[in-house]
Every structure is written in structure tokens, then in C-alpha cells.
Write a protein of this length. Structure first.
Length: 164
């Protein structure tokens, strides 16, 4: 597994652009709230650490991970944002539900990235068990929310550099 080789919260601070003028939306799933709230906390803390003002971070909640795509689309349509991060956690069970949810969200976020002129950042944990989710939500492998925040900042910067 990839995170066995790299901590999700480890990065070169100096390689991250100044984010003080950025407006970022976050759509977070309520399902597996014990995990998703940690992802949200990691993302918000990291955004603020790189200059995003708290008032420029818009957080909206949806019931579950499958609803992340719709929530992100509606947020993009209703607010002037530079990027949208989606945060959720799907833990594999005994039915194929896991596969359908993960596939749907992955495809949906990909489509949003192609439809809009802002980046949509995939912050969905897809784990075999709850321990793996905890390990990636501030545990021994860091926090996927941190990684998503850094990705959002870098993708906004990438887009801005192409326009200049």
C-alpha cells in the first residue's frame, strides 16, 4: 500500500505556495463521522497553516460518501471558489456496496474536474477496515485531510500559473 511508504501528512512546507488569497470549499460526509471529522480538521488546519483565512474555508456536510459528488457540484455552482475538497470514508464490508460507492465517487469527481474550471480534490478514504481508516485520519500514516489541502493549494497555483 502506498501510505506504507509515505506519511500523508509529510511534505516540504516550503514547496507549498502562499494560499492567503484562496477560497476553498470542503464537502465532508457525515457517515463514519469519527473519521471524517478528523479528515476535516486536518484539512482546515493545513489550509490555515498555509495562509487561507478561516472565513475563506466553506464547509458543507452531506449524509454519506456517495453524496459527495452532488454536494461538490452544487457548491461549485453556488459559490465562487478556487477549489473544492471532498472528504469521506468508505470501509469495506461483506457486500459489494463498497465497490459501487468507491467507483461512483471516483468517477463523479473525475467528471467534475473535467466539467468545471476549478480542481476537485479527492479526499475519500477507501479502506479494508476501520483501523486502516483511523491510521489515515491522523494515525500512524498521517491525515488524508492534510494531503487533500496541500493538493488543493498546489492545483490552484497550477491553474493560476497557466493563466499568466
Amino acid at each position: 500500500m502506498a501510505t506504507a511508504y509515505q506519511n500523508l501528512s509529510s511534505y516540504d512546507f516550503d514547496s507549498v505556495p502562499n494560499a492567503s488569497e484562496m477560497n476553498i470549499g470542503i464537502v465532508v460526509a457525515e457517515w463514519n463521522k469519527n473519521i471524517t471529522e478528523k479528515l476535516l480538521q486536518g484539512a482546515c488546519n493545513t489550509l490555515e497553516k498555509h495562509g487561507v483565512k478561516p472565513e475563506n474555508i466553506l464547509v458543507k456536510r452531506v449524509p454519506g460518501s456517495f453524496e459527495l459528488t452532488f454536494g461538490a457540484k452544487r457548491l461549485a455552482e453556488s459559490k465562487d471558489l478556487d477549489a473544492i475538497i471532498v472528504l469521506g470514508s468508505v470501509v469495506k464490508g461483506d457486500t459489494p456496496h463498497f465497490d459501487y460507492v468507491c467507483s461512483g465517487v471516483t468517477q463523479g469527481i473525475t467528471e467534475l474536474n473535467l466539467m468545471y474550471d476549478i480542481p476537485f480534490i479527492f479526499g475519500l478514504l477507501t479502506t479494508e477496515n476501520m483501523q486502516q481508516a483511523e491510521d489515515r485520519a491522523g494515525g500512524k500514516y498521517g491525515n488524508k485531510g492534510d494531503e487533500a489541502a496541500i493538493t488543493a493549494i498546489k492545483m490552484i497555483d497550477f491553474s493560476c500559473r497557466l493563466q499568466n
